[in-house]
Design a protein around this ligand. Structure first.
Ligand code: C5P
Length: 311
C-alpha cells in the first residue's frame, strides 16, 4: 500500500482538473471495438492535484478523500506509467530525468466519468516536464510527440493535457480547442456507485447516433446553453440501466435550479449548470444535506485561459 501524506512542501504542484463531458455523442464503432465519439469537453477548477520534488529514489505517495480507494493499486497507477514513459522519451533525447517524489492528492471519486486517472496522468506529464526541463530545453518534447505519448496512456489523456474547453472526436484523440466556450458555475454529484465503462458501451442500444452540432465560433453564453440543450450523452440510458441512482441524481439536480443537467462520460457523475456561483453553492449545500453519502461539489468550469494562468 502507498503511504499517505499531505501535499505541502513540494517543489512543484500542478492541478489535475476534472474533465466534464458537456456532451458525448456515440457516432459509430471502430473495427477494434472502440466507439467513435463526438464530445464537447470542459474542465473544472475542482480536481485532483499532483506534486513533484527531486528525490534520492522514485517514490509515490497519496492523500485526499479518495486516496484509500486506490489502495494497493499504486504500482499500476497511471501517474507512474506517465512518469516512466516520459522519462524514457526524454532519456532517448539525452536528458537526465532523475528520480522524483510524486504525490497525488485524490479529491475526485474513482472511475466516475470525470477523467480522474487521465487528469492525474496529464498533470504528472505537465509537472515532470517542468521539473525535468523537458518543455523548454534542447530535449524539448512537445506538440505531436507529446500528444502521441499521452494517447499511449489513454484516450482521454491528450484532452486532459490541454485542460481547456475543446471538442474531441475519434476516440478522443482529434482535438479542436474552443476559445469561445464560456466558464459555467457547476455542481458535480456522484452517488458513489461505480459504473463499468465497457459494460455501459456494451449496453448501448444504438451506435450510429447523430453527430454533435456545434455553434459557430464566437457564440455567447446563452447560445451555448441553448445549443447544449440539443446535445446528449448517449451513454446515459445504458448507465442508468446499470445504476438507476443516476436517474435520481439527475432529478435532484434538475429540481435545484440547474439550467442544464447531464451525466459526464460513462457516469456516474452528473453535473448541473447554474446562472451564478451563488446559485451553484446554494444547490450544493442543499444536496449535500439531503444526501450526505454522495459526492457533491460546487465549482466553476475553466474558461479558455491556460491552466497555470488560472491557478
Ligand atoms: O478509456 P477507458 O480505459 O476507460 O475505456 C474502458 C473500456 O471502455 C474500453 O476497453 C472499451 O471497452 C470501452 N470504450 C469504448 N470506446 C471508447 C472508449 C472506451 O468502447 N471510445
Amino acid at each position: 500500500m502507498c503511504e499517505r501524506e499531505g501535499i505541502a512542501g513540494f517543489a512543484l504542484t500542478e492541478p489535475a482538473p476534472a474533465k466534464i463531458n458537456l456532451a458525448l455523442h456515440v457516432t459509430g464503432q471502430r473495427e477494434d471495438g472502440y466507439h467513435l465519439l463526438d464530445m464537447l469537453v470542459t474542465f473544472t477548477a475542482f480536481g485532483d492535484r499532483i506534486a513533484v520534488s527531486p528525490a534520492q529514489a522514485d517514490h509515490f505517495t497519496l492523500s485526499g478523500r479518495f486516496a484509500a480507494a486506490l489502495k494497493d493499486d499504486c504500482k499500476d497507477n497511471l501517474v507512474i506509467k506517465a512518469r516512466d514513459r516520459l522519462r524514457d522519451a526524454l532519456r532517448q533525447r539525452g536528458a537526465a530525468a532523475p528520480p522524483v517524489h510524486l504525490h497525488l492528492e485524490k479529491n475526485l471519486p474513482i472511475a466516475s466519468g470525470i477523467g480522474g486517472g487521465s487528469a492525474d496522468a496529464a498533470a504528472a506529464l505537465r509537472a515532470l516536464l517542468n521539473l525535468w526541463g523537458g518543455a523548454h530545453s534542447d530535449h524539448e518534447l512537445a506538440g505531436r510527440e507529446l500528444e502521441v505519448l499521452a494517447l499511449g496512456l489513454g484516450a482521454d489523456v491528450p484532452m486532459c493535457l490541454a485542460a481547456r474547453p475543446l471538442i474531441a472526436r475519434g476516440i478522443g484523440e482529434a482535438i479542436e480547442l474552443r476559445t469561445d466556450l464560456p466558464a459555467f458555475p457547476m455542481v458535480l454529484v456522484n452517488p458513489l456507485i461505480g459504473v463499468s465503462t465497457p459494460e455501459t458501451f456494451r449496453l448501448l442500444a444504438q451506435k450510429n447516433n447523430p453527430k454533435l452540432k456545434v455553434p459557430k465560433a464566437g457564440t455567447g453564453r446563452p447560445c451555448w446553453l441553448a445549443a447544449m440543450q440539443g446535445m446528449r450523452n448517449d451513454l446515459e440510458a445504458p448507465a442508468i440501466g446499470l445504476a438507476p441512482a443516476i436517474a435520481s441524481v439527475k432529478e435532484v439536480l434538475a429540481g435545484s435550479g440547474a439550467r442544464l443537467v447531464r451525466m459526464s462520460g460513462s457516469g456516474a457523475t452528473c453535473f448541473g449548470i447554474y446562472d451564478t456561483m451563488a446559485a451553484a453553492q446554494h444547490a450544493a449545500g442543499t444536496l449535500a444535506k439531503m444526501q450526505p453519502d454522495w459526492f457533491v461539489v460546487a465549482t466553476t468550469s475553466l474558461g479558455t485561459e491556460k491552466l497555470n494562468d488560472a491557478a
